[in-house]
Design a protein around this ligand. Structure first.
Ligand code: SAM
Length: 251
């Protein structure tokens, strides 16, 4: 072996860097078993991605930071996950939901999307990783928000890269329990979108609680967690029928 070569496999090196970041950035100590689950998830994601378009991020080290660590930052603004019910709206291939399911085995997760083929990936990944705390729902958020099984049924509602905040909150807040939190993962436009959503937040029964800036290692883009607390029930007229929130956001 050349003197400069590492005696460790790339996967082992990656896992140990990821574990260090998880501990130092979000205070989560991942077990060896959890690190293996993350590694297995990467393998599955990349092999499915050859057939189904799940992610544009294909470098395993990037996946660890941009998908996994990014998801775990949610715990910074919702620190008590144990026993809680969380729904990930527009989860796609399971982000941020799947990393949360691995890191927090006592969190009960519902991963919802309107595209069935991505949910099939999540179902297979959950089975393969032995995740018992994940279920998927194939639905549009506008329909789930009217359904008594899901309406105001979740302690925490999260979403990443689904819609601008004035639209997204009409998807999220009807699903959130009174006293619960909706947390939108946003990029550089977070503050501008939050201002544009002022009327939507009030109309849907929410209150803006915080906009937390998040810095991820090795990246210099700006990320934010926009935290909305549910302080009043959402009026029955919301969410409006499918497509209307996007076409005519609450002003
Ligand atoms: N959250 C994932 C992530 O960050 O990787 C996926 C983001 S992807 C850009 C947006 C996802 O939101 C798509 O999978 C799409 O099907 C879903 N979506 C958009 N509008 C939706 C709606 N009204 N109800 C449910 N899912 C929706």
């Amino acid at each position: 072996m050349p003197a400069s070569a590492s005696p460790f496999s790339p996967a082992l090196t990656r896992a140990s860097i990821f574990a260090t970041y998880a501990a130092s950035l979000v205070g989560i100590d991942l077990s060896g078993e959890q690190l293996l689950q993350f590694e297995r998830l990467t393998q599955l994601l990349l092999s499915w991605n050859e057939r189904v378009n799940l992610t544009a991020i294909t470098d395993p080290a990037d996946i660890a930071i941009k998908h996994y660590l990014d998801a775990l930052t949610l715990s910074l603004v919702a620190p008590h996950f144990d026993g809680k019910r969380l729904i990930d709206v527009g989860t796609g291939a399971g982000f941020p939901g799947l990393p949360l399911a691995i890191a927090f085995p006592r969190l009960q997760l519902t991963l919802m999307d309107s595209t069935a083929k991505k949910l099939r990936f999540i179902d297979e990944a959950a089975l393969s990783l032995g995740l018992k705390n994940v279920r998927t729902i194939h639905a549009r958020a506008e329909e789930a928000g009217k359904d008594q099984r899901y309406r105001e049924a979740f302690d925490i509602v999260v979403a990443r890269a689904v819609a601008r905040l004035p639209v997204l909150l009409e998807y999220m807040l009807p699903l959130c329990k009174l006293g619960g939190k909706a947390i939108a993962m946003k990029g550089a436009a977070a503050c501008e979108e939050s201002t544009a959503a002022t009327n939507a937040i009030g109309a849907l029964g929410g209150e803006l609680a915080a906009i937390e800036e998040i810095a991820l290692p090795t990246l210099d883009d700006r990320r934010y967690l926009v935290v909305i607390e549910k302080i009043n029930p959402t009026p029955k007229r919301y969410p409006r029928r499918a497509g209307l929130p996007a076409r005519h956001p609450i002003r």
